[in-house]
Design a protein around this ligand. Structure first.
Ligand code: AMP
Length: 140
């Protein structure tokens, strides 16, 4: 898939569109999903321009997974979840809606369902509040 540099995540990575960040370093950015399937739903992106995981360099994939692992632990603790879902979609046929590779981290509570994928926009203040809790857990 050719890379569309006008996709919304490319704009966020360039600082041209807003996000509620939870973590960033030289190769990776993580922010709150705007339409979370559960409170604490975070997206982790490589800065490298790649639409799908098979198109991403091994080095960027390794960096991303290291951040996903750290964040999954912090998110589970911050939301007091029973488990944590980590997943990603490659291509529209697989359910991908934003063509910049990203990992979803969604905390799961036993017996509690998920909201629909990308359906209901959260309040920025609520996203900022949970981001603060996640960042506090990352710091310990
Ligand atoms: P996917 O279907 O894996 O491409 O998922 C894209 C995800 O990005 C969905 O969960 C959306 O809720 C989320 N999303 C879309 N636009 C934004 C945005 N501007 N900021 C944060 N998350 C977004």
């Amino acid at each position: 898939m050719s890379y569309d540099s006008n996709n919304i995540f490319a704009k966020i990575l360039r600082g041209e569109a807003p996000c509620v960040p939870v973590y960033e370093d030289a190769t990776t950015l993580a922010f709150m999903d705007l339409m979370p399937q559960a409170e604490g739903h975070v997206l982790v992106l490589p800065r490298e321009a790649a639409a799908t995981l098979p198109e991403l360099s091994d080095a960027a994939a390794r960096d991303c997974i290291a951040v996903v692992t750290r964040l999954a632990t912090a998110i589970q603790a911050a939301t007091q979840a029973d488990g944590v879902f980590v997943g990603q979609f490659n291509g529209a046929a697989a359910g991908q809606t934003v063509p910049h590779v990203h990992f979803h981290i969604v905390p799961r509570h036993a017996g509690r369902g998920l909201r629909e994928h990308g359906a209901v926009r959260a309040e920025t203040a609520d996203l900022q509040a949970v981001a603060q809790r996640i960042k506090a857990r990352l710091a310990v």
